[in-house]
Design a protein. Structure first.
Length: 156
């Protein structure tokens, strides 16, 4: 088996034989690296691979049932972690419920804003092009009306 490092250079063993000895011993093992090549043994049925920086090679298997994948619990867990790690980081989270306002410009990354609500009167709400087109007078029409009123005034 040929093995390459992150830069694409083939790794060799000490004798220059063109490869390294595999640490893998069991079907499903993963080849990991901490400070040296090492075997990450396969988990058991119902387990998933997760990152754990206290484990060898920073990886370990855990029971899938131990993972909470519901959105409210995941948010609560993220908030608890952020609060414990650094309370100021929690304030930087932008929540989809709108409870945390943007504090700077936001790039949409070439994506669109969709499903905008109809703006309220005298507000700075975002508006769709359809709303603007149907509720405003086109500039050409405005100047046409202005010119017509001037003509009427000159006739008097």
């Amino acid at each position: 088996m040929r093995v390459y490092d992150a830069s694409g250079v083939e790794k060799t063993n000490a004798t220059g034989g063109g490869g390294v000895s595999s640490p893998l011993t069991t079907k499903g093992d993963l080849w990991g690296y901490g400070t040296a090549d090492a075997r990450v043994p396969i988990g058991t049925n119902g387990q998933v691979l997760t990152v754990d920086t206290t484990a060898a090679q920073d990886l370990k298997y855990v029971d899938q049932s131990a993972l909470d994948t519901t959105s409210t619990s995941a948010i609560a867990a993220a908030e608890a972690f952020a609060t414990a790690a650094d309370a100021t980081q929690l304030a930087l989270l932008i929540k989809k419920d709108g409870s945390v306002a943007f504090t700077g410009d936001q790039s949409m990354g070439s994506h669109k804003l969709t499903n905008l609500a109809t703006p309220t009167a005298a507000s700075s709400d975002a508006a769709t092009t359809n709303y603007v087109d149907t509720t405003t007078v086109p500039i050409a029409t405005f100047f046409g009306l202005l010119e017509a009123s001037r003509l009427c005034m000159n006739m008097v």
